[in-house]
Design a protein around this ligand. Structure first.
Ligand code: CP3
Length: 339
């Protein structure tokens, strides 16, 4: 058990002295120390594959920000290489993926091929016993859309055409990715991950109907199966465009929902018996200290419970944010007493 178990207690709805805080992308380019370690390797992917460096990066927010949880340093796209998708992270351009769109050209997932990820978790656990470590994976739909688009996209047209025009194949792809994520996350728990987060970043672009038919059943199976296998390990489901999909998501076996700023937190927390994580709009961090303080305190005061809440952003930190303001945000949350 980590010495600071505030985050795990909040996820179990147990009493807390204050709300725990961690931030998505908390170890990233906005942090000067990250940029130094990043410069040691030619590419981001090489960094992820070096457990010693990846563990050191995972730990940076413990030393520099004082957060209440650490998230494994890696990327959601990493396990796709192991099924035969070629992957590159070109400087300043975001990820590029190469897949010919045929299920037959994908190979079965061997969890050993992503051994460096579990090794990073083991090292982080060995190097400190202060904070819990969050393992993570992309949700099947978000992974499928990256494979189909070949990278980030604005319209997701290729993904939508694939799922509407070839629904059987799309479901087979979703089935396959669900099994990959299940095996991958299971190995992370065995390596010592104290909690899991599933990133469904691109759910945002779907109609509610498509979400319910083509995304929800797979996440539902995934979360139910994870809770069957690891009842003690909290599972957090992060999804964008949260307001539209909240009703469906609240039925998942996930312990916590990580929502974006499309959701009214007090309303959602009154309606659904789930732990909530979120949901400060990250752009607030581009504003002044006064605005950051006002928005953060207003969010914290709106939380209608004394536990079952984890402070986070509604999406990740951006590379051009100021480190000092991020630290100020963490201190604001840690100074707040729910009452
Ligand atoms: O939260 C954390 O600090 C843990 C590590 C983490 C990264 N990516 C590190 C990263 C996690 C959990 C992710 C998840 C991820 N990756 C998501 C889901 C969450 C979200 O943001 O919606 C998605 C969609 C990706 C895909 C991805 N990876 C993109 C679009 C990019 C390029 C954009 C960018 O900021 O460069 C990445 C690269 C990436 N992943 C970096 C980091 C620290 C930057 C790489 C670098 O140092 O050059």
């Amino acid at each position: 058990m980590p010495r600071n178990d505030l985050f795990l207690r909040a996820l179990r709805n147990e009493p807390v002295e204050r709300f725990p805080v961690w931030l998505m992308r908390q170890a990233g380019r906005y942090m000067p120390e990250y940029r130094k370690l990043r410069a040691l390797k030619p590419s981001f992917l090489d960094l992820c594959k070096d457990p010693e460096l990846a563990a050191r990066i995972t730990l940076l927010p413990l030393e520099l920000l004082g957060v209440d949880a650490l998230i494994l340093f890696s990327d959601i796209l990493v396990p796709l290489e192991a099924i035969g998708v070629k992957l590159t992270f070109a400087e300043g351009e975001g990820p590029k993926l190469f897949w010919d769109g045929k299920l037959s050209s994908l190979k079965p997932f061997d969890p050993k091929e992503t051994g460096f990820v579990y090794e990073t978790i083991r090292r982080v656990k060995e190097l400190q016993d202060e904070l819990p470590v969050i393992g993570f994976a992309g949700a099947p739909f978000t992974l499928a859309s990256y494979m189909i688009e070949g990278g980030s996209s604005r319209e997701f047209l290729k993904t939508k055409r694939f799922m509407w025009e070839r629904p059987k194949e799309f479901k087979r792809l979703m089935d396959l990715l669900t099994e990959v994520v299940l095996a991958y996350l299971s190995e992370q728990v065995k390596a010592g991950a104290d909690a899991l987060q599933i990133f469904d970043s691109w759910s945002l672009y779907l109609s509610v109907e498509d979400y319910e038919e083509l995304v929800y059943p797979f996440v539902n199976y995934l979360t139910a199966e994870l809770k069957e296998r690891f009842p003690e390990t909290p599972v957090i489901y992060f999804f964008r465009g949260s307001a539209a999909f909240l009703e469906a998501a609240a039925d998942l076996r996930a312990d916590a929902l990580s929502v974006d700023w499309s959701v009214s937190l007090p309303e959602a927390m009154r309606l659904y018996d789930k732990v909530f994580q979120g949901n400060l709009e990250p752009s607030v961090l581009y504003s002044t200290h006064e605005v950051i303080k006002e928005k953060t305190l207003s969010l914290l005061k709106s939380v209608p419970r004394r536990t079952g809440f984890v402070f986070n952003l509604g999406h990740g930190l951006a590379p051009d944010m100021e480190f000092e303001k991020v630290k100020y945000l963490v201190e604001l949350v840690k100074g707040f007493r729910p009452g």
